[in-house]
Design a protein around this ligand. Sequence first.
Ligand code: SF4
Length: 209
Amino acid sequence: MQNEIKKQIEKGELLPLMEEFYTIQGEGFYKGTAAYFVRIGGCDVGCHWCDVKESWNADLHPPTKIETIANNASKYSKTVVVTGGEPLTWNMDPLTSLFKKKGMQVHIETSGAYQLTGKWNWICLSPKKIKLPLKEIYNEANELKVIINSKSDLKFAEDQSAKVTKDCILYMQPEWSKRKKVIPLIVDYVMKNPKWKVSLQTHKYLNIP
Ligand code: SF4
């Protein structure tokens, strides 16, 4: 039985579902837009400031049929955001094709550290210094969202922006716990380098998930 579950997870037919909820996208290009969020467990990138550390251990989250996930999402919204954790830990092909069959717009938030699977309408690439994205995803990213935790991240952001396409929208977003310190740095940087935009975690200001 355990082996059977493992096999289905490997195929992407079951996914360790941490939580799912209908809310307002707080960040990036679709900020302010209602969407159904599907948070998949499992991530070994290991950002020290991660605000969803409970997601890291996939074993803590129930293997859930992708049909259940897709049915739940489609009851609430035409737009679904797949996040984590790191969703690309898993094969996203089966889940995204179910969403597509239901006519949904399918977005992902990823560090890009693993092979890109799935068919997406919008890819938010949020690269992490400690486990850099694989090359292939830079060409596919619709938005690049770099989390700014300290001054050195400005340079990291600039290096990452050289790898995406010219149509990719560039965001700098303050790491929540350091926001007081880094917001002035970001504001100053974006005014001097207007190819960048500021992204804020507005859902946290709105006090919604
Ligand atoms: S990639 Fe995302 S989920 Fe994984 S540790 Fe970093 S912030 Fe947390």
